[in-house]
Write a protein that binds this ligand. Structure first.
Ligand SMILES: Cc1ncc(COP(=O)(O)O)c(C=O)c1O
Length: 367
């Protein structure tokens, strides 16, 4: 007799769909050697060689627990970005921090505001803690500059008495859209200080648009702001699962109560610290990805496709009713992209920027 665990799950969890990690990567890895993995917004050039060296040095100490505070990494973050270690919280991926923020600040009787077409984990984290999700419609498809982007005015207006948390992403995944520092400052000025505003900067390193800088500059004026970042994207360390949040120390103090001990593993701490120091490698790989993002967007538009403006390391392609067929063509050619059906955008495909050879392979398969 089958056991119906779903009937016993909390109703908000039963209504959720599990996070979609995209196509069967392992299958593709086994079928095509090597597949072009353009479905998860990773850095196609991999980690800095200095990060690999740092990990290798740690391997023989795998029997020891890691530094619980990640103090060397925090000192390096302070040196690089001027952020105080007392306000830094490490996470097993920034994903864990998003969930931890919801666990600490939201729950039954409270609401969480985020945009339509935002990162799927915001909805999962909200449901996980039994809070109500207020999903604010994105800017319209035919918006002049930022189709499907965050509507900051509407997001601020959606905040209610019972709202305790807002999730924003800049640039946003999956749309690639963004807003500038002035728009963020205006948003923060409108939102009550009691509401924690999480600004997810997973892709900020790839942003080149004028007026779009790190939101940590606003922390001193807005102690309710939390900036989430990751080593999974520009730093090429997705396999290690390490992210960090920068906040007022009082917010970090709350997160510390629930954060799992040793959630930043020793390999990740060593690799991230070394990767932060290797600014040449970061700058070089990011510059290549940014140049190819803009080049690939032009090439796809020249072939008649709609492409959303993007400041991330990925593009949203509007393939209309050919989306599923094109995704299949690419899959058969060993190229993995991310269909956007789970986000309610079945005509869209999200393409991560690969190496130049991978991007060319993508265009050739389209022909
Ligand atoms: C906007 C955004 N935030 C956070 C994450 C989580 O990244 P990680 O848990 O690898 O740090 C992702 C991953 O795709 C993302 O797209």
């Amino acid at each position: 007799m089958s056991f119906d665990a779903l009937a016993r799950a909390m109703p908000a969890i039963a209504r959720l769909r599990a996070y979609d990690t995209g196509s069967d990567k392992q299958g593709a890895r086994e079928r095509t050697r090597p597949p072009a993995e353009l479905g998860s917004n990773e850095n196609p050039y991999g980690p800095s060689p200095r990060a690999v060296e740092a990990m290798t040095a740690v391997l023989a100490n795998a029997h020891r627990y890691p530094d619980p505070d990640g103090s060397a990494l925090k000192r390096t973050l302070e040196r690089r970005f001027g952020v105080a270690p007392a306000g830094i919280t490490l996470g097993n991926g920034s994903n864990e921090l998003l969930v931890l923020l919801a666990q600490c600040f939201a729950g039954p009787g409270r609401s969480v505001v985020f945009s339509q077409y935002a990162f799927a984990v915001y909805a999962i984290a909200t449901a996980a803690v039994g809070a109500e999700a207020i999903v604010v419609p994105a800017l319209p498809r035919d918006h002049a500059t930022m189709p499907l982007g965050h509507d900051l005015e509407a997001l601020a207006a959606a905040v209610r008495e019972d709202t305790s948390l807002v999730f924003l992403a800049n640039p946003n995944n999956p749309t690639g859209t963004w807003f500038d520092d002035a728009a963020l400052a205006a948003f923060l000025a409108r939102v009550p200080r009691e509401v924690i505003v999480v600004l997810d900067e997973a892709y900020l390193e790839f942003a080149t648009a004028p007026g779009l800088g790190p939101a940590t500059a606003l922390l001193a004026r807005h102690p309710n702001l939390v900036v989430a970042r990751t080593f999974s994207k520009a730093y090429g360390l997705a396999a290690l699962r390490l992210g960090y949040a920068v906040s007022d120390p009082s917010v970090a103090g709350v997160l510390a109560r629930l954060r799992q001990p040793f959630n930043g593993n020793a390999l990740a701490l060593a690799a991230a610290t070394a990767a932060l120091e290797d600014t040449d490698y970061l700058d070089d790989t990011v510059a290549r990805v940014v140049a190819d993002r803009d080049g690939l967007a032009d090439a796809l538009r020249a072939r008649g496709f709609g492409v959303l403006p993007s400041q991330g390391n990925f593009l949203m392609l509007d393939a209309g009713d050919r989306a599923a067929a094109i995704a299949q063509t690419w899959y058969d050619a060993g190229i993995i992209v991310r269909p956007m059906g789970a986000y309610g955008l079945p005509q869209m495909l999200r393409i991560s920027i690969g190496t130049r050879a991978e991007n060319e392979r993508l265009l050739e398969a389209l022909a």
